[in-house]
Write a protein that binds this ligand. Structure first.
Ligand code: NDP
Length: 419
């Protein structure tokens, strides 16, 4: 029995909300709130009559702490599920803290304006001290840990697939398969095809920022940074086939390096096709990925936001996307004095997702874990206080719910490893 406020009503939220509606014993009342209220109303209309969950909608601008506070005070949820953009993480966390409500999200904070001098100062210090230059890092959200603990509240950070399920897989491997994990390779393969020469599977701005940034990995206690797409490998993915994949910086590397004792190396690889990479490079070269505003025809525009307006909305890719995703982690380490290697992964079919919830698999594989994390917090099964990443929590109930809610996983012993 719980009352949850969901902020954001895009591709991921649409799946998470539909999945909450399939889990009626936990979710009894849900408020869908976002900047464009019409989208919330349309989703409510689509679901009404098919679920016993009591749905309401609201307008909120989550960039404004005061607006989120007012909405929380009015709706009185037990948990706020943040499915807006990473830009809103801190304002929503701040509002949850003020109102004494638990918090959960799927993506690490990053600022909308990377030219903000106050943010830049902290960023540049971090680049020098830690050695990675991505625009996002956990320090901003981990700074809230003590405040959430003091108020006896839980903030769960990153309950999507990667981060999210990849962190839970790691906790599960640690709990059941290893005495010590030495290396972690996270492999994110999208074998789906939407038929467009270029489109992103989730919010274009966030996606393109992530992919065009320098790569990095964790080795022997420090970060090693690479040029974007510098490290390329090929892997034969179960149920998908052979794909090229590239090493990227990814947020869970930072938390896993902190939370998995004895880990020596953590890498993250994502598959990309030639067409995607060529388009992205070209757009980057002409300045279309820039987040700094420019003057155009007497108006100020942000190039990447203009690009977003031209690209297909990720939420519309569902009917056209065919093929499967395979996302998982390869672990090496020691169990009972012997070397061990395992691969834990999930395979998800784009068209099956579309049939079930009207979305492609990228939104599905993020929305399902967002619902599961929220259910575990709402039921008090995950009740560690502070601002915590998923590998710090008991993986078993989450792993059971992945099987139950559409993301079944496989543990393979002796898999092919990545050189
Ligand atoms: P979308 O762009 O489809 O949706 C974002 C939603 O947030 C929209 O409804 C948007 O409203 C709303 N929003 C944006 N700004 C505000 C604001 N200031 N106040 C209130 N609402 C706002 O994104 P996705 O659904 O694709 O992604 C959602 C989140 O999931 C992102 O943070 C993304 O990084 C994360 N993600 C995580 C993954 C993981 O595996 N961990 C994988 C994929 C995504 P409007 O309609 O007005 O634009």
């Amino acid at each position: 029995m719980s009352r949850v406020l969901v902020i954001g009503c895009g591709g991921v939220a649409s799946v998470a909300i539909q999945k909450c509606c399939q889990n009626e014993s936990v979710f009894t009342e849900l408020c869908i709130a976002s900047r464009t209220k019409e989208k919330c109303d349309a989703l409510k209309e689509k679901l009404e009559g098919k679920t016993s969950v009591k749905l309401t909608t609201a307008y909120v601008d989550a960039d404004c702490v005061g607006e989120v506070v007012s909405l929380i005070k009015e709706y009185k949820p037990e948990v706020v599920l943040n499915l807006a953009l990473p830009y809103q993480d801190l304002t929503i966390m701040e509002a949850c803290l003020e109102c004494g409500v638990n918090y959960i999200d799927t993506a690490n904070y990053e600022p909308e304006n990377t030219d903000d001098p106050k943010w830049r100062e902290v960023y540049e210090k971090r680049c020098r001290e830690k050695g990675f230059t991505a625009y996002f890092d956990y320090s901003w959200q981990w700074d809230y840990a003590e405040k959430f603990r003091e108020k006896n509240l839980t903030a769960v950070l990153g309950s999507g697939f990667d981060p999210g399920v990849t962190s839970v897989f790691t906790a599960y491997a640690q709990k059941h398969y290893f005495d010590e994990i030495h290396t972690i390779d996270i492999l994110d393969c999208n074998g789906g095809d939407h038929g467009y020469p270029f489109a992103t599977n989730f919010n274009p701005e966030i996606n393109l920022r992530e992919v065009s940034a320098n790569g990095s990995y964790w080795e022997n206690g420090h970060w090693v940074e690479t040029e974007p797409m510098e490290i390329k490998r090929t892997y034969e993915f179960p149920q998908v086939g052979e794909k090229d994949m590239y090493l990227l910086h990814h947020e869970e590397i930072e938390s896993l390096a902190k939370n998995i004792p004895g880990v020596k190396r953590i890498r993250f690889f994502m598959t990309f096709g030639e067409s995607y990479l060529t388009h992205m490079k070209c757009l980057e070269n002409v300045g279309m990925l820039s987040t700094s505003p420019i003057e155009f025809d007497g108006k100020e525009i942000v190039p990447i936001q203009f690009l977003k307006a031209l690209l297909p909305d990720p939420a519309t890719l569902g009917p056209r996307t065919k093929g499967k995703t395979n996302i998982g982690c390869i672990y090496t380490g020691i169990k009972d004095g012997k070397e061990r290697t395992i691969y834990i992964y999930n395979v998800c079919d784009h068209q099956e997702c579309y049939k079930e919830v009207g979305s492609q698999a990228i939104s599905y594989t993020t929305g399902v874990p967002a619902m599961i994390g929220t259910a575990l917090v709402a039921e008090g099964i995950w009740d560690k206080k502070g601002a915590v990443n998923l590998e710090e929590l008991d993986p078993d109930p989450f792993m059971d719910m992945l099987n139950q809610y559409g993301l079944p996983w496989v543990v393979e012993e002796h898999p092919m490893t990545v050189e």
